[in-house]
Design a protein around this ligand. Sequence first.
Ligand SMILES: Nc1ncnc2c1ncn2[C@@H]1O[C@H](COP(=O)(O)OP(=O)(O)OP(=O)(O)O)[C@@H](O)[C@H]1O
Ligand SMILES: [Mg+2]
Length: 243
Amino acid sequence: MNKLELTQLNKHYGKKHALKDFSFTFTNGVYGLLGPNGAGKSTLMHLITDNLKPDKDGGVVKWNGKPITELGKLYRSHLGFMPQQQELYSNMTAGVFLGYIAALKGIPRKTAQHEIAVALDKMELSDVADKKMGGFSGGMKQRVLIASAILGDPDLIIMDEPTAGLDPKQRVIIRHLTKQLAENKIIIISTHIVSDIETIAKEILMIQSGKLLIHGTVPELVCHVKQGEPTLENLYMQYYGGQ
Ligand SMILES: Nc1ncnc2c1ncn2[C@@H]1O[C@H](COP(=O)(O)OP(=O)(O)OP(=O)(O)O)[C@@H](O)[C@H]1O
Ligand SMILES: [Mg+2]
């Protein structure tokens, strides 16, 4: 069982205190990180993926008991990250793009082609591997990016708003594919759309102004709804509706 442990994480951008004493322990399964714009979701993900450092004395991220700062490259080999809002090279084919990402990740040439084929297959993109990405729909582009995050079969996958800008049908497809990835892994998905994660997340974390407001399974969380039906949508409105 993998374990990702965040202890008292704090991050300032200048005077802006973007993440405040954030502590949580993730184990294998899908987690949904819910919060409105500016809540601190991307900041948290950049700290987990070691793309940003916490403040001085601003807490620790541990992967299976060891601080990620000590693990360095070894940690990165366990990690797949899909950052928020990326551009794809429209003249590149999906296969070539993934080859490029595989090289960046240091996946040996011998195994890269196999890894790419597996990732394309998981994202149901095998048919379009040799097509230029400029002609892809929004959902296909997002799936190429998820494929790039899962190259090398990492056991910690972080996806920052993988369904941003997608229509409901594409959201359903991405949700379905994500669920299938989940075995023996930690997957953390940020979104501000409840239905993206409601049915697939083992646990949901709700974040506001850099703080972890509440976390739990959907049945646990909906007990906190004060007005209306006990739904996650109503809890979301209760916390963030005024914003
Ligand atoms: N590089 C930066 N410099 C200054 N302030 C920043 C920077 N990055 C983020 N912030 C601020 O930190 C806070 C948290 O931002 P963050 O991007 O983590 O939120 P988010 O939950 O990912 O929002 P969104 O849903 O819009 O992606 C916001 O107030 C944001 O304006
Ligand atoms: Mg963000």
